[in-house]
Write a protein that binds this ligand. Structure first.
Ligand code: ZN
Length: 194
């Protein structure tokens, strides 16, 4: 366990660079490892740490040396157990959304080939339900129930079809907190007064 708390590798790097400006989802700055007039160092936040790339071709270690940093300073703190769990359930939820879309498509037109895929979708949805701490459980249960009815050859009525679409939409909004807030705003705003 590292004793350092609140490590901010991005802040550490940006503080040492000159000519930093925003570029897309990352930053660009003047490279410290060579005589750089135009910003040619791109800095991005990667999954495991900070990614540095000099367009003039300086190596990663030349850049970190020039910055007075060790490569390990650029890595993110390993995820805690709850963070890892949260990331895992989020990944499952993404899968659930994909499987829910299979159910939605199967509902509108099911061909013999789709039966097997729909069965897989149902199995995956049920597997997701066995996980603790998964958001959208109620919606997933409903989608799974619809899937087994479609598999049994039953047709959904208009209300049920709408519910299937809504549950799927809700799950896809759950994937990002930003979307979740947006969706809640929509629910409280336009839908409430509709
Ligand atoms: Zn360079």
């Amino acid at each position: 366990m590292s004793a350092v708390i609140n490590r901010d590798p991005m802040g550490l790097v940006l503080d040492r660079l000159e000519g930093v400006r925003r570029s897309g989802s990352g930053w660009i700055a003047r490279c410290s490892a060579h005589e750089d007039r135009s910003p040619s160092l791109s800095i991005r936040d990667g999954e495991r740490g900070i990614l540095l790339r000099c367009h003039a071709g300086c190596t990663f270690s030349a850049i970190t040396d020039a910055l007075g940093l060790k490569a390990s300073d650029l890595f993110h703190e390993p995820l805690s157990a709850p963070q890892r769990r949260q990331r895992a359930t989020r990944a499952v939820l993404k899968g659930v959304v994909a499987e829910s879309l299979v159910v939605v498509c199967a509902e509108s037109s099911i061909r013999p080939d789709d039966q097997a895929r729909l069965k897989t979708a149902l199995a995956r949805l049920r597997a997701a339900l066995s996980l603790d701490g998964l958001q959208g459980r109620k919606e997933i249960e409903r989608i799974a129930a619809f899937a087994s009815r479609i598999l049994a050859g039953e047709a959904l009525d208009d209300t049920e079809r709408e519910a299937l679409t809504e549950c799927t939409e809700w799950l896809s909004w759950l994937i990002t907190d930003e979307n979740k807030a947006g969706y809640a705003a929509r629910l409280n705003g336009e839908f409430k007064h509709a």
